[in-house]
Design a protein around this ligand. Structure first.
Ligand SMILES: Nc1ncnc2c1ncn2[C@@H]1O[C@H](COP(=O)(O)OP(=O)(O)O)[C@@H](O)[C@H]1O
Ligand SMILES: [Mg+2]
Length: 281
């Protein structure tokens, strides 16, 4: 059971600061979702939280020790990271890809317990039918599930996931969110994810952090996501309604051609039409 804490974290890519003074605390047995528009700094924050990037100021604590004090193997036994699904770089069977998650525990060869953990995880994530396939042959959604399985096989205290539901269809999105909730509840894992679907975030999270332009603009229970916040952060007007006892965010934006910005050519045409319509004086 391990808490993950960010204290006054700043991060800059060269001279452009993309994280300003970020504080957060992710607790064992809870799912924390990081929300915010594209470019807000969510991925950068996750990478600072897992030690892939080093904050230019502030610090990250895993338990009560700064991340930098952990040895690599020790850190990867404690914390797993699932990046956004990427094309796989070399040929590998799905089973072996998941087995890589056992790396922090492996000696020269996998032991029976490692193979069993992999088989159990493959079953839990529902990718048994893919186990003997090659990573190259998989769809984005299938790869995403393999990435999640690999991280779970690592048996981490803290699990970080970058948009784990993005490439999945609705059934598999819900399936992954249920698995994450289960890991938090049953194994007391500290789960931190980024996610774009506000309604899934509201349904699946215990805690929410909302980012805009590298800063945290709101945090707390899912109920902190209200119409004012959505308008401020995403520039979208919405209603938050209650459906079967649960809050649902419904955008007011109508989808239609009239909502599109006009091209120059269309602008001219509208102008000409108006002139034609003008009554002769
Ligand atoms: N490797 C990089 N080098 C320079 N700028 C980057 C790099 N990665 C991300 N950025 C910039 O940092 C900002 C935050 O990016 P990111 O953390 O990926 O946001 P999010 O995940 O919320 O979409 C963006 O403006 C992005 O363009
Ligand atoms: Mg991102």
């Amino acid at each position: 059971m391990t808490t993950l804490t960010a204290q006054a974290v700043h991060f800059a890519y060269r001279r452009r600061t993309v994280l300003h003074d970020v504080d957060l605390s992710a607790q064992p047995g809870r799912v924390l979702s990081i929300l915010g528009p594209n470019g807000a700094g969510k991925t950068t924050l996750l990478k600072c939280l897992n030690g892939l990037l080093r904050p230019s100021a502030g610090r990250v604590l895993l338990g009560d020790r700064p991340l930098g004090e952990y040895r690599r193997r020790e850190r990867s036994a404690a914390m797993a990271y699932v990046p956004q699904a990427e094309p796989s770089r070399f040929p590998m069977r799905v089973f072996d890809a998941v087995l890589l998650g056992r790396r922090p525990y492996l000696g020269w060869t996998p032991r029976r317990a490692d193979l069993e953990a992999v088989a159990h995880t493959i079953d839990m994530v529902g990718i048994d039918h893919l186990a003997q396939r090659d990573m190259h042959e998989l769809s984005g959604g299938e790869r995403q599930k393999v990435g999640i399985a690999k991280a779970i096989a690592q048996d981490p205290d803290v699990l970080l996931l970058d948009e784990p539901t993005t490439y999945l269809d609705l059934e598999h999105q819900l399936n992954v969110l249920q698995i994450l909730a289960g890991l938090a509840e049953k194994r007391r894992v500290t789960v931190v994810m980024t996610i774009h679907d506000l309604n899934h975030a509201l349904a699946a999270s215990d805690d929410i952090v909302v980012m805009k332009q590298g800063r945290i603009v709101a945090s707390g229970a899912p109920s902190c996501v209200d119409p004012e916040l959505v308008a401020e952060v995403y520039g979208v007007h919405c209603d938050v309604i209650t459906h079967r006892g649960r809050p649902i965010v419904v955008p007011r934006t109508e989808i239609g051609l009239h909502g599109l910005p006009r091209t120059d050519a269309e602008e001219v045409k509208v102008h000409e039409t108006r002139e034609e319509e003008e009554p002769a004086s």
